[in-house]
Design a binder for this molecule. Structure first.
Ligand SMILES: *Cc1c(COP(=O)(O)O)cnc(C)c1O
Length: 396
């Protein structure tokens, strides 16, 4: 029996039992045909989740951060310019990674709580007549603030400027939980990790790479060895890997995609939206609000809850862990203490979310925050009971 509560951090997420079992396998020779048989469905599944029509899938034993580094080091050269907006901890860290790789980052400083600033991006691209900017970096879902950005809008801005830069998207906390359209948005590299929407343990960086990004490797001079796409693709063509793959995680990935597709990706996205909306109803009933500046920016995978003046979001997270054995996310960087975060992605049901909201309320009451116990839970209950999907009813 497991006495562990579900986690409400925005990654790593809860792992379905069947995914854990799929990862647990005897040693397999990764140079044997058995590995190729295991790997192929995982790769093909990722391709469908990303909605790719061409290009390559790269799966590296790493995490999302390694995925960023792989994107950069395979396609760019020292001194190249990239364009990025900074509006949270994850967009900040990607910028930092680029700077440490000696790239020249043109930063659009954007208030935290906002999303990618489309007009400013278009303006910067139009001003770059010489096409110095080699890549535009976009954080699809800023996990620090619970803000979703409009990637299709960034593509439109790039097209409106007639700019040939590559488009790199961090989808670590959105892919497999929120709609993603690699082909439709003209994405050149999408970065995901195993431990968020894919419901696996941490340990894989998962990338979709367009033919244009592959072509950029020909002239890209940043050093790369472990992350070299070329070594990967050469080895893949022979059904193998340039080094030892994380075999268990790859088996788990194929299974997790089976789960997502048997639920139906659109249903997965609708489930996340419904769970997120219930959380937001609770937050408003508490007299608080999401940190995201407007409703169109609300993330369906994580809500950063702006706490009342004089209250400390980090204290709530610490109390939830120590007293109730439940994990929420602390505020990072600029919003440390000012928010706490409720992750609502991966393997979650409405009943599980209600348990998280109930514990958050107990912590608030314990800390003497102004709130009536049950107020947020009731608001979420009202929303959930009125929006049970037809599929769940039909299953009875
Ligand atoms: C979690 C996360 C990352 C970092 O991924 P790691 O797997 O921890 O390296 C990057 N970007 C976003 C948006 C994330 O949510």
């Amino acid at each position: 029996m497991s006495m562990q509560n579900p986690v409400f951090i925005p990654g790593p997420t809860n792992i379905p039992d069947s995914v854990r079992k799929a990862c647990d396998m005897p040693t397999l020779d990764h140079r044997s045909p058995a590995f190729a048989r295991l790997f192929k469905p995982a790769v093909e599944g990722v391709r469908r989740v990303l909605k790719m029509d061409q290009g390559e899938i790269i799966v590296i034993p790493s995490t999302g951060t390694g995925g960023w580094e792989a994107a950069i080091s395979n396609t760019l050269s020292p001194g190249d310019t990239v364009l990025a907006a900074r509006f949270g901890m994850f967009s900040h860290r990607w910028i930092d990674l680029c700077q440490r790789h000696k790239l020249d980052v043109e930063i659009i400083e954007t208030p935290w709580g906002q999303g990618a600033p489309l007009e400013a991006i278009e303006k910067a691209l139009k001003a770059d007549k010489a096409h110095q900017i080699k890549a535009v970096l976009a954080t699809h879902n800023e996990t620090a603030t619970g803000v979703k950005s409009d990637i299709a809008g960034i593509r439109r801005a790039m097209d409106a400027a007639g700019h040939p830069a590559l488009l790199f998207v961090d989808g670590v906390s959105s892919i497999a939980s929120m709609p993603f359209d690699f082909a439709g948005w003209g994405v050149d590299i999408a970065v995901a990790g195993s431990q968020k929407g894919f419901m696996l343990p941490a340990g894989l960086a998962i990338l979709g790479v367009s033919p244009k990004a592959i072509a950029a490797m020909e002239t890209a001079r940043l050093p790369r060895t472990f992350f070299d796409f070329k070594d990967m693709l050469t080895a893949y063509a022979r059904g193998g890997y340039p080094y030892t793959p994380a075999v268990g995680l790859i088996a788990g990935l194929a299974h997790s995609i089976d789960l997502l597709e048997s639920e139906g990706l659109d249903n997965v996205y609708a489930r996340h939206h419904r769970l997120a909306e219930g959380v937001r109803r609770a937050v408003f009933a508490w007299g608080m609000a999401p940190y995201a500046a407007s409703a169109d920016l609300y993330s369906d995978t994580v809500t950063a809850v702006r706490v009342p003046e004089g209250c400390d979001g980090t204290a709530l997270v610490q109390l939830a862990a120590s007293k109730y054995g439940m994990a929420f996310g602390v505020g990072l960087g600029e919003v440390a203490g000012k928010v706490f975060r409720i992750g609502h992605l991966g393997m979650l049901t409405d009943a599980m979310v209600l348990s998280g909201l109930a514990v958050a309320e107990m912590c608030m009451a314990d800390l003497g925050w102004p709130l009536k116990l049950g107020s947020g839970v009731a608001a979420a209950q009202e929303y959930y009971r009125g929006t049970v999907p037809a599929m769940a009813l039909a299953a009875e």
